[in-house]
Ligand binder design. Structure first.
Ligand code: URA
Length: 209
């Protein structure tokens, strides 16, 4: 699949297995998600533009590499996105942060926006949208629509698990948005859950059910 990166690092895969296990308690699930998010963030930021700046080490002057351009923007797709946000922010603490809230209209089955708050100047930033589960892809695609309407033109999508249906939907709607994930699972069930998956990420993260 084009534009899809699966991070197969052994530590990521080991932690993901612990997260999938239904006997893993809420607090451990949340901690693992934070840890995996850092590995995934490492991958998704691999090609950030760089420049140099003149500094002085205790020994001599040098032109040292540093990130170029405006601070990147992280956008959490509520509510499960918040579980990834914490981990990514630990790696990129100066990032600006936005939130997108969408719910599914039970009649039209279409995503409806209930909250949106984004950093300014999205058009000049790399925008990383985070949501652990790329399932049908409908809400992810709608969230990316919103970000593009606000001017974002350099967007990447970070998730923990992806279903082939969700990847296909995103690639059809937003072929310009690279996706980074820890695993591409088999399929969706008739309720839109990823198989084998890990259940409802929000419920497992926040202990709701
Ligand atoms: N959202 C979840 O939390 N889990 C799934 O399996 C699909 C969507």
């Amino acid at each position: 699949m084009d534009n899809l990166t699966i991070v197969k690092h052994p530590l990521v895969q080991h932690k993901l297995t612990l997260m999938r296990d239904k006997s893993t308690p809420t607090a451990v699930f949340r901690q693992l998600l934070r840890e995996i998010s850092q590995f995934l963030a490492y991958e998704i930021t691999r090609e950030l533009p760089m420049t140099t700046k003149a500094i002085e080490t205790p020994i001599e002057a040098m032109d040292a590499p540093t990130l170029a351009g405006k601070k990147l923007a992280l956008v959490s797709i509520l509510r499960a996105g918040n579980g990834m946000l914490d981990g990514v922010l630990e790696l990129v603490p100066s990032a600006r942060v936005g939130f997108v809230g969408l719910y599914r209209d039970e009649e039209t089955l279409k995503p409806v926006q209930y909250y949106f708050k984004a950093p300014e100047s999205l058009e000049n930033r790399l925008v990383i949208a985070v949501d652990p589960m790329l399932a049908t892809g409908n809400s992810s695609a709608a969230a990316i629509d919103l970000l593009k309407q606000q001017g974002a033109n350099n967007i990447r999508f970070l998730c923990l698990l992806a279903a082939p249906e969700g990847v296909a939907r995103m690639q059809e709607a937003h072929p310009d948005v690279p996706i980074v994930t820890a695993a591409l699972d088999r399929e969706l069930n008739d309720k839109g859950y990823i198989l084998p998956g890990l259940g409802d990420a929000g419920d497992r993260m926040f202990g709701t059910k």
